[in-house]
Design a protein around this ligand. Structure first.
Ligand code: PLP
Length: 447
């Protein structure tokens, strides 16, 4: 009998090892390598993956799991995609990397041209960043430099929505939800900003006047100290997988204009079709002053993000005291990542992605919504290729994870949320397997 428990592996024939073999390697992993938000003294199980193809991850013991997570919103075309592999190989034969200071190259230029073409009209000046969090830092610095250049250096704070998430670097963390992010640990370190309540109304609801009046009040009280309002449009992701009314977004756009502060849309999770529109701002017909994209930009192959702004913002910044935008990471505009991103966008835009996402949405609604009747389920919601089952109580993640893996799927819950956002290329049978396993988990936990 095989024991395939990740914390006590005994049979990983596909693990190549490096002298020591899998037991030593996995023990080193548990004691010496931090995974996202983990302890090195009480490590949780990690599942060794040896390869991935299409929508399947292959474990070291040979089992295959249907991927419900797209590696955290990134792998929209699935894994081991021939066209993306080819783009990487072609670029590798030319140059993997070259500095971006004083040098330019075709992959960066072609990618930025494409981003300008497909993002909402008016967004046309691109800063290539190396991760989502950095793109957010860049957006915040743009807003600060913009206000400074306008002689408004007192506008140095930010407004944002509770339950948001914008990344783990200092600036990004300071505008992420204070409780969810355990900000009290970092209280002396993080700058303080202004948080307004999470939007109450759902995606398909209109926004109540009373709620909009609260936003008015919030702007009246705080906007004179703020450079920008930063938000995740329509979908609050890591902060709770909440889908809110486009009216709310429209109202914030109006208020930002009235009170002369910038609107930063963090489309890092929502960008590139996930909600059924190429960018979630399009649900409200809103153009932000600054937009951040990342995650799915390279189809999950490499870390790359971008912060895109308007002529007006960039011109104001460049006419300010510094005369330049004050940021420039070492790996900025990495040619390998840019080449893969160009190909990933080409694959997406040449596919019938709108129909595909609609189909996924219809199937998620049909198969997941009935779970809302279960006693232990608080809510079920779907938008585009995102399906969320919100439980009444927190999920025991290691236990649920083992349940899902034993059933052949990769779904990683957090807090009280079991959610999926599969690669867009998933077929109906594999998607049904994902929803079926969630249904089984809920019914077993319900008894
Ligand atoms: N913004 C949003 C909306 C995100 O969901 C994330 C990551 O989950 C980030 C920013 C941070 O991106 P990264 O993890 O690439 O730094």
């Amino acid at each position: 009998m095989q024991n395939n428990s990740p914390s006590n592996p005994s049979n990983f024939p596909l693990w190549r090892g490096s002298g020591g073999g899998y037991e030593e390697d996995l023990s080193f992993d548990q004691t010496n390598i931090w995974h996202p938000y983990t302890s090195l003294t009480k490590p949780l199980p990690t599942y060794p993956v040896v390869s991935a193809e299409g929508v399947r991850l292959k474990l070291a013991d040979g089992r295959e799991l249907i991927d419900g997570m797209s590696s955290w919103w990134t792998a929209i075309h699935g894994y081991n995609v021939p066209e993306l592999n080819q783009a990487a190989q072609d670029q590798l034969g030319k140059m993997a990397h070259v500095m971006f200071g004083g040098i330019t190259h075709e992959p960066a230029i072609k990618l930025c041209q494409k981003l300008v073409e497909i993002t909402p009209e008016g967004l046309e000046k691109v800063f290539l960043a190396d991760s989502g969090s950095v793109a957010v830092e860049v957006a915040m610095k743009m807003a600060i430099q913009y206000q400074h250049a306008k002689g408004q250096s007192q506008k140095s704070k930010f407004m944002t929505i509770r339950n948001g998430y914008h990344g783990d670097t200092t600036g990004a963390m300071s505008v992420s939800d204070p409780e969810g992010g355990m900000h009290h640990l970092f209280a002396e370190f993080l700058p303080k900003h202004f948080f307004v309540d999470q939007p109450k109304n759902r995606f398909d609801e209109t926004y109540e006047e009373e709620e909009l009046a609260k936003l008015d009040q919030f702007f009246r009280l705080n906007s004179d100290k703020c450079a920008a309002f930063i938000l995740e449009p329509i979908v609050q992701g890591a902060g709770g997988m909440w889908f809110y009314s486009p009216d709310y977004l429209r109202k914030i756009r109006e208020l930002c204009d009235d009170y002369e502060i910038l609107l930063i849309a963090d489309e890092i999770a929502t960008g590139f079709g996930r909600t059924g529109k190429l960018f979630a701002c399009e649900h409200a017909n809103v153009t932000p002053d600054i937009m951040c994209v990342g995650k799915a930009l390279t189809g999950g192959y490499m870390t790359l993000a971008a912060t895109i702004t308007t002529q007006h913002v960039s011109e104001t910044i460049c006419n300010g005291e510094a005369g330049v935008f004050m940021h420039g990471p070492t790996f900025m505009g990495n040619p390998l990542a840019c080449s893969i991103a160009i190909k990933s966008l080409e694959l997406l835009l040449n596919s019938n992605w709108q129909n595909k996402i609609k189909g996924i949405e219809r199937q998620l609604i049909k198969e997941l919504i009935p779970l809302a009747n279960a006693l232990i389920v608080e809510d079920v919601r779907v938008i585009g290729a995102i399906g969320v089952v919100e439980m009444k109580d927190p999920v025991d993640v290691p236990k649920a994870q083992k349940f899902f893996v034993d059933k052949g799927v990769w779904i990683r819950p957090f807090r009280n949320l079991i959610y999926i956002m599969p690669p867009y290329v998933i077929d109906e049978t594999d998607l049904s397997k994902l929803t079926q396993v969630i249904i089984e988990y809920v019914s077993e936990s319900n008894t």
